[in-house]
Ligand binder design. Sequence first.
Ligand code: XMP
Length: 516
Amino acid sequence: MTAPADKILILDFGSQVTQLIARRIREANVYAEIHPFSMSAERIRAFGAKGIILSGGPCSVLDDGAPMVQQVVFDLKVPVLGICYGQQTMAQHLGGKVEGGHTREFGRAELEYISASPLFDGITHKTAQVWMSHGDRVTKIPDGFAPIAQSHGAPFAAIADEARKYYAVQFHPEVVHTPDGAKILSNFVHKIAGCANDWTMANYKDEAIKTIQSQVGRSQVICGLSGGVDSAVAAVLIHEAIDDQLTCIFVDTGLLRANEREQVETLFREHYKIKLNVIDASAEFLGKLKGVSDPETKRKIIGGTFIDVFERAAKDVGGVEFLAQGTLYPDVIESVSFTGGPSVTIKSHHNVGGLPEKLNFKLVEPLRELFKDEVRALGRELGLPEIFVKRHPFPGPGLAIRITGEITEEKLHILRQADTIYLDEIRSAGLYDDIWQAFAVLPDVRSVGVMGDGRSYDYVCGLRAVTSVDGMTADYYPFSHEFLGRTATRICNEVRGIGRVVYDITSKPPGTIEWE
Ligand code: XMP
């Protein structure tokens, strides 16, 4: 994929929220990429940025071996914005001074705008809430700079050298707790760096189609569909580019939710007219899982079986040279970590069903530059129905990790019905889009109850719903008691085999989102 001509380089000094800088800038329709602070001078030059942003980070510029901004950043004569640690390394490098031991500021602080600047263009109020997180602070600003905003704990909360277009802020404009932050970042990329509004999913689609066509030529491509949004968007995009040179493969593991296979068939085969091979491997998966109750063993069996089945399905298509994958940008960003000293690690990426390199295909990864929100926007651009674009994530091992203990056809049947009722109630209450993931689980527990005049001894069904930003941490969703009561009644009445319903109010950590 050819990136737009106007782009911003974000040099990462290890902040937890560096990705948010890129997201805010892309939301302002400008392309931005994140690279480690240690990117070579040659590569920094070759990148061709119209502006450079230095991120925050956990170190102190006063420590030996702290990561430093490189001179090349300033040799390029493009606008530079330092954020938090980025402000400090920039100030120090340009001849200012940073000291520790002052009032520390963590969390909300009040910022006072003290001087007009293109960085604050369009902001008319005098004070604003900002998010701070610093111990050290700049105590002497470099020659050529002037303060443009201050806070109680940071007299140089924002400084500017308007002539050279260098800006540095102590606060974090990229987080939602800084309400003016998106405006400030947008001003930097548009008003100061002069970037055009050319990063849109409509443009991306057109460019990506050309790139796929030139990469693939006349070759055959296969794409494994998981039922999730990433692989679906990748498939529809590739299909627009190369039409029936694409064959999609959907493996029915027998561990899918109710009607999932039919929904994929209808959307891809009937609506998009994409060649789709559905492999019913449920007997193979369930056969291998028989008698297995250890969670990790279940995952290994499912992963291994998936690869075998997919490999056979790919052979059946024949003459395939490329494998399409829905790899996203967060999976490929080189992340900077300072645990135990500065280091740069490349995250291994999870891919559809975890297909190994030994499959020996060349890869087509048309979503490699995109964040999840952008994949959704691209999906809309490609006409994918909203119900598909906004789908909650569903794990590769499927219902197998929502049934604790051994998996049987009977338990799968019970769980599918309960899950359908639960999601049906969530949708009717208009809550689906407020929730990150919601699903029913079937623990290996039976409980006594009374049904009619008799005693019952049926399964307990667990309901889980969480809010989250990235699945790394999560909060349980605060349903009303009325909602929970209604859903529990329906499940007990309508699902034979369930006699009790419980709601999981564990956050993550300590609990994981899934139960296994
Ligand atoms: P946990 O349960 O670890 O889940 O809090 C975090 C996110 O990852 C999904 N998940 C998985 N996805 N294979 C997957 O493809 C897995 O084995 C797996 N385990 C959890 C989970 O649904 C949630 O979105």
